[in-house]
Ligand binder design. Structure first.
Ligand SMILES: Nc1nc2c(ncn2[C@@H]2O[C@H](COP(=O)(O)OP(=O)(O)OP(=O)(O)O)[C@@H](O)[C@H]2O)c(=O)[nH]1
Length: 305
Protein backbone atom coordinates (compact mmCIF):
# COMPACT_ATOMS: atom_id res chain seq x y z
CA UNK A 1 0.00 0.00 0.00
CA UNK A 2 1.14 3.51 -0.67
CA UNK A 3 1.30 6.26 1.91
CA UNK A 4 -1.97 7.72 0.60
CA UNK A 5 -3.95 4.55 1.01
CA UNK A 6 -2.57 3.35 4.30
CA UNK A 7 -3.56 4.77 7.65
CA UNK A 8 -0.62 3.13 9.34
CA UNK A 9 1.24 5.67 11.44
CA UNK A 10 -1.03 8.47 10.26
CA UNK A 11 -3.10 10.26 12.89
CA UNK A 12 -6.18 12.33 12.26
CA UNK A 13 -8.87 13.88 14.36
CA UNK A 14 -10.43 16.86 16.05
CA UNK A 15 -9.29 19.15 18.81
CA UNK A 16 -10.85 22.17 20.43
CA UNK A 17 -9.66 24.83 22.84
CA UNK A 18 -11.42 25.96 25.94
CA UNK A 19 -10.57 28.61 28.48
CA UNK A 20 -11.71 31.89 29.95
CA UNK A 21 -12.22 34.85 27.64
CA UNK A 22 -9.04 36.53 26.49
CA UNK A 23 -6.66 33.75 27.41
CA UNK A 24 -5.40 33.53 23.84
CA UNK A 25 -7.45 30.69 22.35
CA UNK A 26 -8.11 32.36 19.02
CA UNK A 27 -4.55 33.57 18.65
CA UNK A 28 -3.24 30.09 19.36
CA UNK A 29 -5.68 28.46 16.95
CA UNK A 30 -4.69 30.87 14.24
CA UNK A 31 -1.01 30.36 14.92
CA UNK A 32 -1.46 26.58 14.79
CA UNK A 33 -3.37 26.64 11.59
CA UNK A 34 -1.01 29.19 10.13
CA UNK A 35 -1.79 30.96 6.94
CA UNK A 36 -2.38 27.78 4.99
CA UNK A 37 -6.05 27.48 5.68
CA UNK A 38 -8.37 30.26 6.60
CA UNK A 39 -11.63 29.77 8.39
CA UNK A 40 -13.33 27.06 6.55
CA UNK A 41 -16.82 25.83 6.30
CA UNK A 42 -18.02 22.35 6.87
CA UNK A 43 -19.76 20.91 3.93
CA UNK A 44 -23.42 21.64 4.48
CA UNK A 45 -25.44 18.57 5.49
CA UNK A 46 -22.54 17.14 7.43
CA UNK A 47 -21.71 17.82 11.03
CA UNK A 48 -22.65 21.20 12.43
CA UNK A 49 -19.34 21.83 14.10
CA UNK A 50 -17.61 24.98 12.97
CA UNK A 51 -14.19 24.12 11.68
CA UNK A 52 -11.61 26.69 12.46
CA UNK A 53 -8.88 25.28 10.36
CA UNK A 54 -6.79 22.28 9.60
CA UNK A 55 -3.19 21.55 10.40
CA UNK A 56 -1.76 19.39 7.64
CA UNK A 57 1.32 17.33 8.43
CA UNK A 58 2.91 14.56 6.40
CA UNK A 59 1.98 12.15 9.19
CA UNK A 60 -1.12 13.76 10.64
CA UNK A 61 -4.12 15.94 10.17
CA UNK A 62 -5.38 17.98 13.10
CA UNK A 63 -8.75 19.63 12.66
CA UNK A 64 -9.32 22.49 15.04
CA UNK A 65 -12.96 23.17 15.84
CA UNK A 66 -14.58 26.06 17.63
CA UNK A 67 -16.56 25.69 20.79
CA UNK A 68 -19.27 28.24 20.31
CA UNK A 69 -20.38 29.90 23.48
CA UNK A 70 -17.74 28.71 25.88
CA UNK A 71 -15.67 31.80 25.43
CA UNK A 72 -18.64 34.02 26.12
CA UNK A 73 -18.49 35.09 29.75
CA UNK A 74 -22.24 34.86 30.25
CA UNK A 75 -22.29 31.26 29.20
CA UNK A 76 -19.00 30.44 30.76
CA UNK A 77 -19.99 31.61 34.20
CA UNK A 78 -23.54 30.53 33.77
CA UNK A 79 -24.89 27.53 35.54
CA UNK A 80 -24.36 25.16 32.70
CA UNK A 81 -22.43 24.88 29.52
CA UNK A 82 -24.82 24.76 26.67
CA UNK A 83 -25.40 21.46 25.00
CA UNK A 84 -23.54 22.36 21.83
CA UNK A 85 -20.38 23.02 23.78
CA UNK A 86 -20.85 19.88 25.77
CA UNK A 87 -21.31 17.81 22.68
CA UNK A 88 -18.29 19.41 21.03
CA UNK A 89 -16.19 18.58 24.07
CA UNK A 90 -17.22 14.96 24.02
CA UNK A 91 -16.93 14.58 20.27
CA UNK A 92 -13.38 15.83 19.85
CA UNK A 93 -10.34 13.62 20.25
CA UNK A 94 -8.39 16.09 22.38
CA UNK A 95 -9.13 19.25 24.32
CA UNK A 96 -6.68 22.10 24.85
CA UNK A 97 -7.42 23.87 28.13
CA UNK A 98 -5.83 27.33 27.98
CA UNK A 99 -4.69 29.21 31.06
CA UNK A 100 -2.63 32.37 30.67
CA UNK A 101 0.80 32.62 32.27
CA UNK A 102 0.34 36.23 33.28
CA UNK A 103 -2.74 35.91 35.46
CA UNK A 104 -3.31 34.07 38.70
CA UNK A 105 -5.59 31.09 38.41
CA UNK A 106 -9.06 32.26 39.33
CA UNK A 107 -12.64 31.07 39.74
CA UNK A 108 -13.19 31.09 35.96
CA UNK A 109 -10.33 28.64 35.37
CA UNK A 110 -11.45 26.45 38.25
CA UNK A 111 -15.00 26.39 36.93
CA UNK A 112 -13.81 25.15 33.56
CA UNK A 113 -11.45 22.64 35.16
CA UNK A 114 -14.38 21.20 37.12
CA UNK A 115 -16.48 20.94 33.98
CA UNK A 116 -13.63 19.25 32.16
CA UNK A 117 -13.13 16.79 35.00
CA UNK A 118 -16.54 15.36 34.06
CA UNK A 119 -15.32 14.47 30.60
CA UNK A 120 -13.61 11.19 31.17
CA UNK A 121 -12.92 9.85 27.73
CA UNK A 122 -11.22 12.80 26.07
CA UNK A 123 -7.58 13.57 26.83
CA UNK A 124 -7.13 17.13 28.07
CA UNK A 125 -3.92 19.00 27.42
CA UNK A 126 -3.39 22.00 29.67
CA UNK A 127 -1.74 24.87 27.83
CA UNK A 128 -0.12 27.76 29.64
CA UNK A 129 -0.43 30.60 27.14
CA UNK A 130 1.24 33.99 26.74
CA UNK A 131 4.53 32.90 28.28
CA UNK A 132 6.24 35.86 26.61
CA UNK A 133 4.59 38.18 29.13
CA UNK A 134 6.29 36.79 32.24
CA UNK A 135 9.74 35.65 33.36
CA UNK A 136 10.56 31.92 33.18
CA UNK A 137 10.16 31.43 36.96
CA UNK A 138 6.60 32.61 36.71
CA UNK A 139 5.95 30.20 33.83
CA UNK A 140 7.30 27.38 35.98
CA UNK A 141 5.04 28.39 38.89
CA UNK A 142 2.05 28.54 36.60
CA UNK A 143 2.79 25.08 35.19
CA UNK A 144 2.73 23.71 38.73
CA UNK A 145 -0.43 25.63 39.64
CA UNK A 146 -2.21 24.38 36.53
CA UNK A 147 -1.16 20.83 37.36
CA UNK A 148 -3.17 21.18 40.59
CA UNK A 149 -6.33 21.98 38.65
CA UNK A 150 -6.97 18.47 37.44
CA UNK A 151 -5.75 15.38 35.65
CA UNK A 152 -4.12 16.38 32.40
CA UNK A 153 -2.63 14.23 29.71
CA UNK A 154 0.09 16.86 29.24
CA UNK A 155 0.91 20.39 30.31
CA UNK A 156 2.56 22.61 27.71
CA UNK A 157 3.74 26.21 27.93
CA UNK A 158 3.54 28.30 24.80
CA UNK A 159 3.35 31.77 23.35
CA UNK A 160 1.41 32.21 20.14
CA UNK A 161 2.44 35.85 19.88
CA UNK A 162 6.09 35.05 20.61
CA UNK A 163 6.07 31.99 18.35
CA UNK A 164 7.27 29.79 21.18
CA UNK A 165 6.28 26.10 21.27
CA UNK A 166 3.28 26.45 18.96
CA UNK A 167 4.57 23.43 17.03
CA UNK A 168 4.87 21.53 20.31
CA UNK A 169 1.22 22.21 21.08
CA UNK A 170 0.36 20.70 17.70
CA UNK A 171 2.66 17.71 18.33
CA UNK A 172 1.14 17.01 21.71
CA UNK A 173 -2.45 17.31 20.50
CA UNK A 174 -1.64 15.10 17.51
CA UNK A 175 -0.13 12.49 19.80
CA UNK A 176 -3.60 12.07 21.32
CA UNK A 177 -5.41 11.63 18.01
CA UNK A 178 -6.38 8.16 16.89
CA UNK A 179 -4.62 6.52 14.01
CA UNK A 180 -6.60 6.92 10.84
CA UNK A 181 -6.81 8.24 7.34
CA UNK A 182 -6.88 11.96 6.65
CA UNK A 183 -10.44 13.12 7.20
CA UNK A 184 -10.27 15.93 4.68
CA UNK A 185 -8.32 15.84 1.47
CA UNK A 186 -6.49 19.13 1.14
CA UNK A 187 -8.44 19.92 -2.00
CA UNK A 188 -11.70 19.73 -0.10
CA UNK A 189 -10.94 22.82 1.87
CA UNK A 190 -11.38 26.31 0.69
CA UNK A 191 -9.25 29.16 1.81
CA UNK A 192 -11.85 31.63 0.72
CA UNK A 193 -12.65 34.58 2.88
CA UNK A 194 -15.49 34.17 5.31
CA UNK A 195 -17.78 36.51 3.40
CA UNK A 196 -17.59 34.34 0.30
CA UNK A 197 -18.41 31.23 2.28
CA UNK A 198 -21.36 33.02 3.81
CA UNK A 199 -22.55 34.21 0.40
CA UNK A 200 -22.30 30.60 -0.80
CA UNK A 201 -24.40 29.33 2.10
CA UNK A 202 -27.07 31.93 1.29
CA UNK A 203 -26.97 31.00 -2.38
CA UNK A 204 -27.34 27.32 -1.56
CA UNK A 205 -30.28 28.01 0.72
CA UNK A 206 -31.93 30.13 -1.95
CA UNK A 207 -31.61 27.40 -4.55
CA UNK A 208 -33.24 24.74 -2.45
CA UNK A 209 -36.33 23.52 -4.23
CA UNK A 210 -35.95 25.86 -7.21
CA UNK A 211 -32.64 24.69 -8.59
CA UNK A 212 -34.25 23.65 -11.86
CA UNK A 213 -36.03 26.93 -12.36
CA UNK A 214 -33.12 29.20 -11.51
CA UNK A 215 -30.01 27.17 -12.16
CA UNK A 216 -27.39 29.87 -12.47
CA UNK A 217 -29.38 33.01 -12.12
CA UNK A 218 -28.76 33.69 -8.47
CA UNK A 219 -25.73 35.50 -7.14
CA UNK A 220 -25.20 36.60 -3.58
CA UNK A 221 -22.99 39.34 -2.23
CA UNK A 222 -22.38 40.02 1.44
CA UNK A 223 -22.30 43.81 1.63
CA UNK A 224 -21.37 44.22 5.23
CA UNK A 225 -20.84 42.22 8.37
CA UNK A 226 -19.87 43.14 11.89
CA UNK A 227 -20.76 42.77 15.55
CA UNK A 228 -24.21 43.94 16.54
CA UNK A 229 -23.97 47.08 18.58
CA UNK A 230 -24.17 46.52 22.31
CA UNK A 231 -23.99 42.75 21.99
CA UNK A 232 -20.97 40.54 21.98
CA UNK A 233 -22.83 37.42 20.97
CA UNK A 234 -24.35 38.41 17.66
CA UNK A 235 -23.13 39.37 14.22
CA UNK A 236 -25.11 41.48 11.76
CA UNK A 237 -24.86 40.38 8.15
CA UNK A 238 -26.28 42.43 5.30
CA UNK A 239 -26.50 40.62 2.01
CA UNK A 240 -28.03 41.04 -1.41
CA UNK A 241 -29.38 38.28 -3.53
CA UNK A 242 -29.36 39.10 -7.23
CA UNK A 243 -31.56 37.56 -9.89
CA UNK A 244 -31.69 38.31 -13.58
CA UNK A 245 -35.37 38.92 -14.18
CA UNK A 246 -38.41 40.14 -12.23
CA UNK A 247 -40.12 36.76 -12.68
CA UNK A 248 -37.21 35.12 -10.86
CA UNK A 249 -37.56 37.62 -8.06
CA UNK A 250 -41.10 36.40 -7.58
CA UNK A 251 -39.97 32.79 -7.40
CA UNK A 252 -37.35 33.53 -4.77
CA UNK A 253 -39.66 35.68 -2.66
CA UNK A 254 -42.59 33.27 -2.85
CA UNK A 255 -46.17 33.84 -1.77
CA UNK A 256 -46.29 36.78 0.63
CA UNK A 257 -42.55 36.57 1.09
CA UNK A 258 -42.77 33.16 2.65
CA UNK A 259 -40.03 31.55 0.61
CA UNK A 260 -37.53 34.33 1.17
CA UNK A 261 -38.14 34.06 4.90
CA UNK A 262 -37.43 30.33 4.74
CA UNK A 263 -34.27 30.97 2.75
CA UNK A 264 -33.16 33.49 5.37
CA UNK A 265 -33.80 31.08 8.22
CA UNK A 266 -32.04 28.20 6.51
CA UNK A 267 -29.05 30.32 5.59
CA UNK A 268 -28.86 31.89 9.03
CA UNK A 269 -28.69 28.48 10.71
CA UNK A 270 -25.85 27.42 8.44
CA UNK A 271 -23.97 30.66 8.99
CA UNK A 272 -24.40 30.37 12.74
CA UNK A 273 -22.91 26.90 12.59
CA UNK A 274 -20.01 28.22 10.53
CA UNK A 275 -19.26 31.20 12.73
CA UNK A 276 -20.22 29.70 16.07
CA UNK A 277 -22.21 32.77 17.00
CA UNK A 278 -25.73 34.11 16.66
CA UNK A 279 -26.44 35.91 13.43
CA UNK A 280 -28.86 38.61 12.38
CA UNK A 281 -29.26 38.23 8.63
CA UNK A 282 -30.68 41.05 6.54
CA UNK A 283 -31.33 39.60 3.12
CA UNK A 284 -32.51 41.84 0.26
CA UNK A 285 -33.31 40.82 -3.25
CA UNK A 286 -32.59 42.79 -6.38
CA UNK A 287 -33.04 42.30 -10.13
CA UNK A 288 -29.81 42.86 -11.98
CA UNK A 289 -30.91 42.50 -15.55
CA UNK A 290 -28.97 39.78 -17.38
CA UNK A 291 -26.05 40.04 -15.03
CA UNK A 292 -24.48 36.91 -16.41
CA UNK A 293 -23.82 38.68 -19.70
CA UNK A 294 -22.68 41.99 -18.28
CA UNK A 295 -18.94 42.17 -17.54
CA UNK A 296 -19.36 45.14 -15.23
CA UNK A 297 -22.00 43.39 -13.16
CA UNK A 298 -19.99 40.18 -13.14
CA UNK A 299 -17.06 42.03 -11.63
CA UNK A 300 -19.35 43.61 -9.08
CA UNK A 301 -20.56 40.18 -8.07
CA UNK A 302 -17.05 38.93 -7.60
CA UNK A 303 -16.62 36.99 -10.85
CA UNK A 304 -13.30 38.30 -12.05
CA UNK A 305 -11.85 37.33 -15.37
N1 LIG B 1 1.64 38.76 24.69
C1 LIG B 1 0.80 37.86 24.20
N2 LIG B 1 -0.46 38.21 23.94
C2 LIG B 1 -1.29 37.28 23.45
C3 LIG B 1 -0.88 35.96 23.19
N3 LIG B 1 -1.94 35.27 22.72
C4 LIG B 1 -2.95 36.14 22.68
N4 LIG B 1 -2.58 37.35 23.13
C5 LIG B 1 -3.41 38.54 23.25
O1 LIG B 1 -4.43 38.30 24.20
C6 LIG B 1 -5.66 38.88 23.79
C7 LIG B 1 -6.74 37.84 23.72
O2 LIG B 1 -6.41 36.89 22.73
P1 LIG B 1 -7.50 35.98 22.00
O3 LIG B 1 -6.75 35.03 21.18
O4 LIG B 1 -8.52 36.82 21.37
O5 LIG B 1 -8.15 35.28 23.26
P2 LIG B 1 -9.40 34.31 23.32
O6 LIG B 1 -9.16 33.39 24.43
O7 LIG B 1 -9.68 33.71 22.00
O8 LIG B 1 -10.51 35.34 23.69
P3 LIG B 1 -12.10 35.20 23.58
O9 LIG B 1 -12.41 35.16 22.11
O10 LIG B 1 -12.61 36.40 24.29
O11 LIG B 1 -12.46 33.94 24.28
C8 LIG B 1 -5.37 39.54 22.45
O12 LIG B 1 -5.12 40.90 22.68
C9 LIG B 1 -4.14 38.83 21.96
O13 LIG B 1 -3.35 39.65 21.13
C10 LIG B 1 0.48 35.61 23.46
O14 LIG B 1 0.96 34.49 23.25
N5 LIG B 1 1.26 36.61 23.97
Amino acid sequence: MTAETSAEGFRSGFACFVGRPNVGKSTLMNALVGTKVAITSNRPQTTRRAIRGIVHRPDAQLIVVDTPGLHKPRTLLGERLDSLVRSTLTEVDAIGFCVPADEKIGPGDKYIARELAGIKKTPIVAIVTKTDLVPPERVAEQLLAVGELGEFADIVPCSAAGDFQVGTVADVLISHLPEGYPLYPEGDLTDEPEQILIAELIREASLEGVRDELPHSIAVVVDEMGPREGRDDMINIYAHLFVERPSQKGIVIGHKGERLREVGTRARKQIEALLGTKVFLDLRIKVLKDWQRDPKQLRRLGFFD
